[in-house]
Structures are given as structure tokens and as C-alpha cells.
Design a protein around this ligand. Structure first.
Ligand SMILES: CC(=O)SCCNC(=O)CCNC(=O)[C@H](O)C(C)(C)COP(=O)(O)OP(=O)(O)OC[C@H]1O[C@@H](n2cnc3c(N)ncnc32)[C@H](O)[C@@H]1OP(=O)(O)O
Ligand SMILES: CC(C)C(=O)C(=O)O
Ligand SMILES: [Mg+2]
Length: 556
């Protein structure tokens, strides 16, 4: 019998909004961002950040371009309180950055919060209280009216304290915590009551934050709730609507994006989605999603590896290798058809002057976030010919002919299948060298050659080749250098073969660059072998390629 406890749960009802407008909207500009790494992110860590880690994170957030940063829950701990004091007393807050702090609706905690902010030139005071039925009933054991009173009297206290400290430019944020499962009309009612006390205006900015404290519904329902709120809130134009999605259902980013379509002005979240339980919405993903749509996020993640390293150090949590944009594997293709498409994409890009990024399987250019193309393709048993060929091209400048790509891929496949793991760049190169050259193999190294035109036409060749047994002298005739060398090899080794494929290219853009030559020989039994040669002299490269192609024993 299937174990099915689903009857324990019931859906949170959607709201009725048949004339919703958000599905027809598009993301056209960046929202205001608030990083709550130092508060919501911090409160979710097993070992909350100490002052030093907080400071390091703060500096990183400034580097990334955040202008609003929730820095602490000052009444929670001495560390948090002192961190706010440090930022203010050491004048670490840039003039265009606003710090924000959180408090519960409790008189003593509000007083302590104000004490932390003394001397700040600008600050946002953030008050929250849960409003959903379950929380009213279970946590507060209060009626709707009492819950409204809690928020209203805390707001009164906050406004009075702000007015008593006019040296600070105050902004106020109110969060009906658990908004996403609060009755929409009650959320409106409590926010109206709070706004009536605060009286938002230019001198008294106000943010109303509508959190998905626990994500309990599909993102479209959250978007409906946000649009409904925006359409019915009487002071809509006087306030900034913020959203604060968590990621319990794994759709925090989608919730935030649809919420912006639905009218939200601001998004609160954490880098790489740290935060309570499954985390806050990931601001890196949000920002990079905008970026990949051609909208500037107004945040700088051009050195994403540095951001990852810093956040991992501060949070002492790893960023998942599959994390969008930032994960170590976010731009890596192991599978053959992906690699083939990416390789073709890069070739097309080299030949195009279009500034647009059009790359199969890579939504953004890894270069834009400080990553190289090196890790874009990695090779294992799921890979095809293009993967290995790409790696050789990127790392050794070799542009393998299609037939050689197929041949090499067969050998790579055999090895990866046998070993069951990824082939490193070095292992791939060693296998290539063992199979085809391209530098002189120890048992057949071309030392020198001499060729002479013959009076009757054609050419005669003499070459000296180093073998383990000693120096071998080859002599042959032909129409050209290669056919004369083939003639010499055929008579020396008593082997019948013909040259079926020949390709060459320079390894670089300069005339003094080395050349690579690729040769495929076919034997009487139908089998064929490839050889590769690299040399400063293209003729030497092709002779060496031919020597490397032949499965000959050098004993003579
Ligand atoms: C969704 C969020 O992320 S909200 C932010 C949550 N963050 C944190 O809690 C981190 C910091 N918090 C703390 O350090 C502590 O909780 C403190 C210092 C704020 C308070 O600690 P304590 O006084 O020990 O209270 P405790 O943590 O148990 O809080 C529960 C009490 O606060 C009440 N409460 C909870 N939220 C609020 C609120 N927003 N406003 C007013 N009272 C509240 C509860 O009803 C409960 O009251 P009761 O004891 O009368 O039943
Ligand atoms: C304090 C509030 C905004 C919060 O963190 C939440 O609801 O998740
Ligand atoms: Mg939160």
C-alpha cells in the first residue's frame, strides 16, 4: 500500500481576481533591492555571524551595489546591537546606502532598537507582527482587533521616537508577517490602520512589506494577492510595496518575479537564497534573471566566484554546485548533444559581429560574471565527439577534422565507460598523444629530411627518423613530399596503405606560428589510422603526422 499522508493537509485558498492584470505585464526594470542577509539570513544560521563576519558580509553587499541593507535585529543580541553601533560610529555607511533594522511590536524591544540607531544619518525601522489566522489563534491568542492594536500602538511608539530623534532621516517599514496566508482584506485593514498612524509622505517614507513568510501556494496566487493589495490599498501612491518571498515550495524566485509584475516595487532576499528553512528568495538569481532578459539589475555580480567564496565563508554554508548562475556546474555541459550545440555556438560567435549573446544551453555569457569558458565543457561517458574536440581546441589550439573527432571520441568513450568517471584535461591530452602524436613519438621521431626535384618530374626524399633501435634512413619517390614519404614507408615496412585525409592549420595568428597537420591512412584490410604532427615547419608537421599515423614496429 502506498504511504499517503496527504489527507493531513489542505490547500490555502486562492483569491478571486478574475480581472488580474499581471499576466500581461513584463519585467522592464530592476526593483529596489533589500539584502536581508545580515538579519533573516543570519537568524537562520546554526552559528550566527560574529561582528567580523558581519562586517565582511556588509562590505561584500556594498561591493555588489546594494543600497538598502537590513543589518540586524538589534534587540536580539549584543552582537547585533554592537554591529549597528559599529557601522554608525565608524562611519561605515556610504551616503547613498540606507541601513534597516527589525523589531517585534514590543515596547522594550523598540526602545532598544532605537538606542542601536542613535546617530545614524538615515535608517529604516522595520516592524513586524504575524497576521494569519493560525498565528492569531495559536501564537498570540488574540482577535483581529487586538492584532491591529498591537501593530498600531507599536507604530505610534515608533513615530514618536522618530520625531524625538530628528537628526536621523527615518523611513518606516511595516510587515504583516505571514501575509501570504492572511485573509487579503484583513491584511489590507491592518496595513491601512498602520499607515493611518504613520501618515506616509515624502518626509515620512513608508514601505509596506508583504511577505510569503512560509511559501504555501503557487506563485500565481502570491501575484494575485499582491495585485489585489496594490489595487485596494488607499495610500498606494504614497508607499513602496515590498515583497519578501521564502522558498518553501522551491518557487521563491518565481514568486518574487510575478509579484513585481503584480505591482511590487521592491524585493527583499538573500544572496544564494540563504534564510529560514529553505531560504529567502535568492537575489543573485533574481538579478541575473533580469540581466539575461536584457534588463540591468543595478547590482554587480561580475566576479561571482568572489561573491560565492565570501558568502560561503560568512555563512559557513556551501553554495550548491547546481545553483543558478553561481554554482560550479552552472555553465558546464557533460552531455554530447549539449556540447555539440555549444561548440557550434562558439564557432558561430567567432564569425559574427552581432553583440547579442545567442548560445545554445548557456543563458548568459560566463565571462560576464567573471568565469572562463574552460569549465563550459567537461568530458565523461555521456559526452560525444564535440566535447573532447572542444577541449583540445581550447587548450591546445588543435582544430580536429570531423573524422578525427569521431575516431578520438570512440577511444574516449571506451576509457570513460571503463573507468566510470570524468576525464580530466590532462588525461584527455595524454590519451590523444598516445593515439596520434602530435609531437614526435619516441619510436619514430623525424630528425631531418631532404627532397630533390627529379628531372623526369616528381620528387625524391631522404629522411632520417629516430627510433628506439637507432636511426632509420628512409628513401622514396613520389609526386610530392607526402607521397614520397609514403613510398619510403611502404617499402621500408612492407605495408600497403593510402593517404585518405589530409588537413593542416596554423596554431595561432602569427606567420611564425607552428602548424598542425592531420593525416588518415587506410590499409588494405579497410582499417584506417590517424596521425597528428605539430612543427614550426608545415612540411615537417605533415611528415611527422604520417609517421604517427602508421601502426608500425620500428625494428628493422
Ligand atoms: C519571520 C521572521 O523572520 S520574524 C523575525 C524572527 N527573528 C528572530 O526571532 C530573531 C531574533 N529574536 C530574538 O532574539 C528573540 O526572539 C527576541 C529577543 C526578539 C525575543 O525574545 P523573548 O522575549 O525571549 O521572546 P520569544 O522569542 O520567546 O518570543 C515569543 C513572544 O513574543 C511574541 N511575539 C512574537 N512575535 C512578535 C511580534 N512581532 N510582536 C510582538 N510580539 C511578538 C510571542 O507572541 C511570544 O509572546 P508570549 O511569550 O507572550 O507568548
Ligand atoms: C520579518 C518578516 C518580514 C519576515 O522575515 C518574514 O515574514 O519572512
Ligand atoms: Mg523572512
Amino acid at each position: 500500500m502506498l504511504y499517503d499522508p496527504s489527507q493531513k493537509y489542505q490547500p490555502h485558498p486562492p483569491i478571486h481576481l478574475p480581472d488580474r492584470q499581471w499576466p500581461n505585464k513584463q519585467l522592464t526594470h530592476a526593483p529596489r533591492w533589500l539584502s536581508t542577509d545580515l538579519r533573516d539570513g543570519n537568524q537562520a544560521l546554526a552559528d550566527p555571524m560574529d561582528g567580523l563576519r558581519k562586517l565582511r558580509f556588509w562590505e561584500l553587499l556594498l561591493q555588489c551595489g546594494f543600497k538598502e541593507i537590513e543589518v540586524a535585529f538589534p534587540s536580539a543580541s549584543e552582537t547585533d546591537f554592537q554591529f549597528v553601533r559599529q557601522l554608525i560610529e565608524e562611519r561605515r555607511i556610504p551616503h547613498d546606502v540606507t541601513i534597516q533594522v527589525l523589531t517585534q511590536a514590543r515596547t522594550d524591544l523598540i526602545e532598544r532598537t532605537f538606542a542601536a540607531l542613535e546617530g545614524a544619518s538615515r535608517a529604516t525601522l522595520h516592524l513586524y507582527n504575524a497576521t494569519a489566522p493560525l498565528f492569531r489563534r495559536l501564537v498570540f491568542r488574540q482577535s483581529k482587533e487586538e492584532i491591529i492594536q498591537l501593530a498600531v500602538s507599536a507604530t505610534r511608539q515608533i513615530r514618536a521616537l522618530c520625531e524625538a530623534n530628528p537628526q536621523t532621516q527615518w523611513s518606516y517599514e511595516y510587515s504583516p508577517e505571514t501575509f501570504c496566508f492572511t485573509e487579503s482584506d484583513f491584511a489590507l485593514q491592518i496595513c491601512e490602520a498602520v499607515a493611518d498612524v504613520w501618515e506616509p509622505c515624502c518626509e515620512r517614507p513608508m514601505i509596506i512589506n508583504l511577505p510569503a513568510t512560509v511559501e504555501v501556494n503557487t506563485p500565481n496566487v502570491y501575484a494575485d494577492q499582491i495585485e489585489y493589495f496594490c489595487r485596494h490599498f488607499s495610500r498606494r501612491n504614497a508607499v513602496c510595496i515590498s515583497v519578501h518571498p521564502h522558498n518553501d515550495r522551491g518557487s521563491g524566485v518565481a514568486s518574487a518575479e510575478l509579484a513585481i509584475l503584480a505591482g511590487a516595487d521592491r524585493v527583499e532576499g538573500c544572496l544564494f537564497g540563504n534564510g529560514e528553512r529553505t531560504g529567502n528568495v535568492c537575489l543573485v538569481t533574481m538579478a541575473m534573471n533580469l540581466y539575461s532578459q536584457g534588463v540591468s539589475p543595478q547590482l554587480d555580480f561580475s566576479d561571482i566566484k568572489h561573491v560565492v567564496e565570501e558568502v560561503e565563508q560568512c555563512n559557513q554554508l556551501p553554495v550548491h554546485p547546481r545553483h543558478p548562475y553561481a554554482g560550479k556546474l552552472a555553465f558546464t555541459a557533460f552531455s554530447g548533444s549539449h556540447q555539440d550545440a555549444i561548440k557550434k555556438g562558439f564557432t558561430a560567435r567567432q564569425q559574427s559581429s552581432s553583440p547579442l549573446w545567442e548560445m545554445p544551453y548557456l543563458p548568459v555569457d560566463p565571462n560576464d560574471i567573471g568565469c572562463s569558458y574552460e569549465a563550459v565543457i567537461r568530458v565523461n561517458s555521456q559526452s560525444g565527439k564535440s566535447g573532447a574536440a572542444w577541449i583540445l581546441e581550447q587548450n591546445h589550439g588543435l582544430v580536429l577534422p570531423r573524422g578525427l573527432q569521431q575516431d578520438f571520441s570512440r577511444h574516449v568513450q571506451e576509457q570513460t565507460d571503463r573507468d566510470g568517471n570524468e576525464m580530466t584535461l590532462n588525461a584527455l591530452w595524454q590519451l590523444f598523444r598516445k593515439l596520434y602524436g602530435p609531437h614526435q613519438l619516441a619510436d619514430r621521431q623525424l630528425l631531418e629530411y631532404r627532397s630533390e626535384s627529379q628531372t623526369e618530374g616528381g620528387l625524391s626524399l631522404q629522411a632520417r627518423v629516430q627510433t628506439p633501435e637507432g636511426i632509420l634512413t628512409l628513401q622514396g619517390k613520389g609526386n610530392g613530399l607526402l607521397s614520397a614519404t609514403a613510398d619510403a614507408l611502404k617499402s621500408q615496412f612492407k605495408v600497403a596503405f593510402s593517404i585518405e585525409d589530409y588537413h593542416e592549420h596554423t596554431l595561432g595568428r602569427h606567420s611564425e606560428s607552428r602548424s598542425a597537420a592531420y593525416i588518415r591512412c587506410t590499409f588494405a584490410n579497410g582499417e584506417s589510422c590517424w596521425g597528428v604532427g605539430i612543427d614550426n615547419d608545415v612540411a615537417r608537421a605533415s611528415l611527422q603526422a604520417l609517421l604517427n599515423a602508421l601502426p608500425i614496429k620500428s625494428s628493422n
